[in-house]
Ligand binder design. Sequence first.
Ligand SMILES: C[S@@+](CC[C@H](N)C(=O)[O-])C[C@H]1O[C@@H](n2cnc3c(N)ncnc32)[C@H](O)[C@@H]1O
Length: 243
Amino acid sequence: MSSTGWDNFWKDQRQSFYAVMRMATAYCVTQLEKVYHLKPTDEILDYGCGPGFVADCLANQKIQITGADINEFFIEECRKNHPASLFLLITTDITANKKILDEQLKEQKFDYILLLSVAQYFNSANDLEQLIGLLSTYMKESGRLIIADVLDENTSSIKDAITLFLHCIKKGRVGAFVGFMSYLMFSNYRTISKQNKLLQVPEQAIRDMAMRNALQCEKVKGLTLQKSRSNYILSHSSVKSSV
Ligand SMILES: C[S@@+](CC[C@H](N)C(=O)[O-])C[C@H]1O[C@@H](n2cnc3c(N)ncnc32)[C@H](O)[C@@H]1O
């Protein structure tokens, strides 16, 4: 990845748009709980876990997860808030990450691996494909890799902003939306997004990546707030569709 790209932006992030991110993540976790009836014995890896919003939501159900992120501050927050769980500081280098995961996970396999609102910050579809290959080795035979909030040619930032706004109104959090929008307009997010377009990955490309990694791919609706983004469930071919 480039030294001035999204990876550096995320490595430096602190608490910039927590409020909206937390709401969007909580929405997705609620949808996942409805579909998969998550339980405390489920083993879940949240790759690109950010400050731990998935972990926070699932802790209410006594579900502990494992997380990984490139941002040291986020990982420290996660460790502080969930001392009994494992949170790994990873890099943007796939080979280095394989080593970190192999050493730290000690052959653990997961029922669910979540890649939520992360793919758009990758440098290329090839980076995503390599990650899918790596993560598939940590999936149980019945496991699922959930790639959610993927941008593609149908993604509209205006439509997404409207859905977010409506959700914020519903939750009585209009201030959070205003803070989020002003952050997008006036922070280094804007500067970086001019230099590095968010990665769009068409549906067919995800299907091809899944096929090349011997996984089946199902596109699912409604997992995330932003309706013009796409969500995919990748699994080994023995797994039955669940949505
Ligand atoms: C929008 S936040 C989403 C956080 C979390 N998944 C959630 O939904 O609450 C994007 C996250 O992706 C992480 N990220 C960005 N590039 C990454 C990469 N190459 N590998 C792993 N994580 C990455 C960032 O550090 C950040 O925590």
